[in-house]
Structure formats: C-alpha cells, structure tokens
Design a binder for this molecule. Structure first.
Ligand code: AMP
Length: 421
C-alpha cells in the first residue's frame, strides 16, 4: 500500500525543532503581556462571509486562497486565512465595545491559504497576531509597531527595519486611486496582464507587482503620501515623529499596500535579515473600517500579523540563542523483577515531587544505563534486589560519575538537594 505523505504546503514540526517554537511562543507571550496585551483565541474556522467581508471579496486571499467548505448543516465555512476578521467578530460578539479603551489583544495559532508553496510560504502556517482596538490616534499605531519590533529584538534578531506607508482613508483614497489609474492607463501597453486587470479590480495592488516590466511604471507612480487628506497627513506625521524620537529606523515605501480592503492610514512591515532581501517577517496596519463592515459600530483598530515559520527560519539563519528544552533529570534503572515493581513505584513518587523522571522500559542493566546516558539524564537511580532488601538505592551522578548509596526514605530530600527542586 502506498504510504501517506503530508499534504502539499504543510509541515511536520519535529521534536528537534520544538525548542524554536517554544522559545518564540514564550517571547511573544511575555512581551505581549508586558505591554498590556491580553490573549484571545478564536476558532480556526469561521463563516466564509466573515472573511469575504472583512478581508475583501476581491482579494487574492478570498478569491483564490481560502480553504472553503460546506459543513454538514450546509453552512459555508472557511479555515481562517488570517486572524483580524475573527478577532473583530469576537470583539463585537462578546460586547467588548463597552470595555475601557484601548482593548489590546493578541493571538497565536495556525492559518490556512491555498498558495504555491515555497521557502517560507506554506498552506498551513502559523501567525502571532496583535490588535489595539478602540483608539483612533497614532499612539495605537506606535504601540503595535513597538510590540512587533520588540518581539524580534527580544528574540535577538539583527538588522531589523520598518517599511512604512500611509494609504489614506475613504476621504483621500478615491482621488489617489483615480490618479493612479490615470498613470497606469498611460502605460497600459507596458504593464503585465495581471496589473491590467488590477487597475480596475484592486488598483492599489498594482504597486505590489513583482514583474520586471512593471517596475519602471511603479517607480514613476504617484505616491499615496503625496495625496493624503489633512487628517491622514497629521496622523502620519505624528507617528513618524514618535518613531524619530525613539530612533527606530524606518524606510518610507510607497509600494507598501496591503492586500486587504479594510486597511486605512498606516501600513507597515518589519523586515529582517536572513530570509532573502525584501522579505517581511511581519505586516500590519490600521483598519478603521473593519468593524462597521462586519455589522458593528465604527471602531478604530490597528494590528499586525507575523509568520512564525519565517521567524523560525530567521532564528536559525541568524544563529539566535535558543534555550534547549529541559529533559527530565532522573532516570530509574533496575535489576530483577522485584526491583522493577519497586522502580515503578519510586518513579511515580519522584514525579509526584514535581521532579521529571523516566524509567527504562526494556533491556538489561547495561542497556538501561546506556539509555540513561543517551537521554542526557543527570541522575540515575539504580535499584538492585540486595540493596532494596537493605532499604537502599544507588544514586549515580552521570556528569561526574560519582556514586553513593541513599536510604529509600531519604530519596526525596536528596533529590531536592541535588536538583534544587
Ligand atoms: P499577511 O496576513 O499576508 O499580511 O501576512 C503576515 C505575515 O504572515 C507575513 O509577513 C508572513 O510572515 C506570514 N505569512 C503570510 N502568508 C504566509 C504563508 N503562506 N506561509 C508562511 N507565512 C506566511
């Protein structure tokens, strides 16, 4: 029978890689909590309509990349392709509108997009995500940018850089889009087929095109920041002022537009060395229009989403210091059947003390000691029938090779002393 393989674009995260993930989750959680963010977990699937409205039915994500299905009750459902729509749905559904503002939430978990898999791009991937909801001013944008940056900084990433842009709001964006469309129509015979289609369907996305022939047209395109209304311009200036005061480097990037329709004003990415030039580890922005699109009251919000696989790639590429996962310090070995039963009892007693312990499950004494060694156990407790009849066990320190007899009644106190437990 043919063996099964994992679905294209998915990964098995093997035990040897788990320390990267655990470290990343620890840094994300502790930094987010230090900054006053609270954790929220929303379902991995929601109604398809939520994403169609919240992400935008004209976007690649909704049009081409969603894992959509009918459930057995004939409802249209989709695996989440991103977090924000679900978090804002939860905000509205759980009455968070009446909570003191801002409401600061973070999440981590899997997301799903049917994309062409390549290095750092998967069909099931993981994100950490944060939102500041309920505050219209740029201090909220700054808070989100600082959280994203500081997570990477605490991880020890080098050569971080912000890419920053403002794509305006429903007041100034329509004029900008008309100017952009005029510019593109003037170069209609140069640009790629995709961009010809985008001009009318999703005009901001033309700025995002990677095709060679479109690059000169993008470079000469009008910039959103040249056409911001007074409110958007003031918002952007204030945000840049904070970043300058904090000496956080940023590059203005007029090509930076997000594929999601609900973004307003600020758009940013964090770039890090190690996953190729121009690779974002994190992207975010303001989405003042989203809650209303989902049937709620007008609610300002700003957030970011960051890929965890990409963060792990950078951790490896940049040789970031990642703690080893702890292994149980105690390994119990035994000689003979009576001793084995006693060994199982002792194992559970040691575990009940809160001390990590394993037991050999196979082999003679020599093989059991080898297992203890291979598993990097610090202490081995050896139970032999003669010693047990005297009420003693042998304790061997695997690092020093030192061996001593310990009365069974004293095991708890000796372990506490040796392991600081
Ligand atoms: P987005 O939601 O598209 O703004 O993406 C935010 C971040 O999620 C990106 O900067 C990536 O780090 C990560 N990301 C997005 N799509 C994928 C994918 N298909 N595979 C892995 N990471 C992804």
């Amino acid at each position: 029978m043919a063996r099964f393989s994992r679905p294209k674009g998915t990964q098995d995260i093997l035990p040897e890689d788990q320390r990267y993930w655990e470290h990343l989750l620890n840094v994300v959680g502790s930094t987010a909590r230090d900054y006053g963010f609270e954790r929220i977990d929303t379902p991995a699937f929601e109604s398809t309509e939520l994403f169609a409205r919240g992400v935008g039915s004209g976007t690649d994500i909704v049009e081409k990349e969603m894992y959509s299905f009918k459930d057995k009750g004939n409802r249209d459902m989709s695996l989440r392709p991103e977090f924000t729509a679900g978090v804002i749905r939860a905000y509205l559904e759980n009455g968070m509108q009446v909570w003191p503002k801002p409401v600061k939430l973070y999440s981590t978990g899997p997301a799903f997009r049917y994309e062409a898999p390549q290095a750092g791009r998967y069909r099931q991937f993981h994100q950490f995500n944060a939102e500041v909801i309920g505050v219209p001013g740029p201090l909220a944008d700054l808070e989100i940018m600082l959280l994203a940056w500081d997570i990477y900084d605490r991880l020890g990433f080098k050569n971080l850089a912000f890419q920053l842009n403002s794509t305006g709001c429903p007041v100034c964006r329509p004029t900008y889009i008309k100017t952009l469309q005029t510019h593109y129509h003037e170069h209609i015979d140069i640009i790629c087929d995709d961009c010809r289609r985008r001009i009318d369907q999703n005009p901001l996305r033309v700025l995002d095109c990677k095709k060679g022939q479109c690059q000169p047209v993008i470079a000469a395109a009008p910039k959103t920041t040249e056409m911001l209304c007074d409110e958007c311009d003031a918002h952007f200036s204030e945000l840049k002022g904070y970043l300058d005061a904090l000496e956080r480097p940023y590059t203005l990037n007029h090509r930076l537009v997000r594929g999601l329709d609900y973004y307003t004003k600020t758009v940013f990415e964090v770039w890090a060395e190690g996953i190729g030039a121009q690779s974002a580890v994190c992207g975010g922005g303001r989405y003042d229009g989203l809650a209303e699109l989902l049937g709620g009251p007008r609610t300002p919000g700003v957030g970011f989403a960051a890929g965890m696989e990409r963060a792990v790639l950078v951790m490896k590429e940049q040789n970031v210091d990642v703690p080893e996962l702890p292994v149980p310090p105690v390994f119990v070995v035994y000689l003979g059947e009576t001793a084995r039963t006693y060994a199982v009892k002792l194992l559970t007693e040691i575990r009940a003390l809160g001390v990590g312990a394993r037991i050999a499950m196979r082999g003679g004494l020599r093989s059991q000691l080898k297992q203890a060694n291979r598993r990097a156990s610090k202490l081995v407790i050896l139970l032999g029938e003669d010693e047990l009849s005297r009420g003693e066990v042998t304790l061997r320190d695997m690092e020093t090779g030192e061996q001593s007899m310990v009365p069974t009644t004293a095991i708890a106190s000796v372990l506490q002393e040796r392991l600081g437990a």
